[in-house]
Design a protein around this ligand. Structure first.
Ligand code: BMA
Length: 320
């Protein structure tokens, strides 16, 4: 297979950019939009469903669903916004951003965590849905500033777990919190800290929701370094213990994806790869990673889950 632009530069060689990238842009949209990016991803009725962040021409975001049989092309996009900010919810005044979606088997519901942009700063909100048409808002989970959140799809030790990224004293680490009822959250602790001096020194944040594998919960996260020309968003990996998810088993020292392709180095915010959804096809071993590129397009990279897990097993243990 021909090497895609930037392919040769990916450490570990785990993720391959899809030849059809970028797979969705504002030009595909059925109504005027500035940018489409940072989508949640789910497999629904044998189709790939993306909940895409759409930025309108005022600079506010909302969420719109796109469906495809193969997850690459032939997208059927809702003709109008699927989930708009609700004026009845003060925290949504400046829009809805960066959704993640998880199937909660116990509840028989999809849980959509997204960033509501409030006057007090960004916060994480939860909405649940059965059909991606009607949504029930469950409100804000923890106080601002908070972003980059997803639930674990099942209880661990009898409790729900939320992985999220508050900013406290200017520090932006990935945290984990627990709840009996998906409403009141506690036992907050740092899970994956930003690493001073490293490629992920300025900020880290959860990318796709954690994936349960035989080796542990796979975390795909973004790490940021601030450079003379702005922030550089790259992708790293970690593995959490299945029943004690506060325990980080492994963390990649190197990034596994970095903005190299032209569509990642251009856009409204050049130099950003922002993974937000992943689908693992257990039968074929394929892991599909959906990400925002340059804050205005949706792109796709694929990997073999067996290779990702073998790579992580070779990574050092990480103190949590
Ligand atoms: C983060 C979020 C993302 C965005 C990224 C890069 O803080 O706001 O929506 O993709 O910055 O600009």
């Amino acid at each position: 297979m021909a090497v895609q632009p930037g392919e040769a530069f990916q450490p570990a060689g785990l993720f391959r950019r899809h030849a059809a990238n970028p797979i969705l842009t504002a030009d595909h949209w059925p109504y005027p939009a500035n940018a489409v990016f940072n989508p949640a991803a789910a497999e629904v009725e044998k189709e790939t469903l993306l909940v895409v962040r759409v930025e309108d021409l005022r600079g506010f975001s909302h969420l719109t669903v796109a469906r495809s049989r193969n997850g690459v092309d032939g997208w059927r996009i809702d003709p109008s916004p699927t989930l708009l900010p609700d004026p009845g919810h003060q925290e949504e005044v400046w829009g809805l951003e960066d959704p993640r979606v998880v199937w909660l088997a116990e509840e028989g519901l999809w849980a959509l965590t997204y960033v509501s942009f409030s006057r007090g700063g960004p916060v994480v909100s939860l909405a649940v849905t059965r059909d991606f048409r009607r949504f029930e808002r469950r409100g804000v989970l923890v106080p601002p500033e908070d972003k980059d959140a997803a639930l674990l799809p099942r209880r661990v030790g009898g409790r729900w777990a939320l992985i999220h990224r508050p900013v406290i004293r200017g520090e932006a680490h990935i945290w984990i919190s627990f709840s009996e009822d998906l409403r009141y959250w506690g036992d907050h602790r740092i899970l994956l800290p930003a690493r001073p001096g490293w490629w992920d020194s300025a900020r880290v944040g959860l990318g796709a929701p954690p994936i349960e594998t035989p080796h542990g919960w796979l975390l795909i996260y973004h790490g940021v370094r601030v450079t003379a020309s702005g922030s550089l968003y790259r992708v790293g990996l970690a593995l959490l213990d299945l029943e004690e998810p506060t325990h980080v088993l492994r963390r990649s020292e190197e990034w596994v994806m970095s903005p190299r392709a032209a569509y990642e180095r251009s856009g409204d915010v050049p130099g950003v790869i922002f993974p937000s959804g992943a689908i693992w096809d257990r039968a074929s071993d394929e892991l599909r990673l959906y990400y925002g590129a340059g804050d205005d397009k949706v792109a796709l990279a694929t990997a073999r889950m067996s290779e990702v897990l073998a790579y992580l097993e070779g990574c050092p243990e990480a103190a949590s």
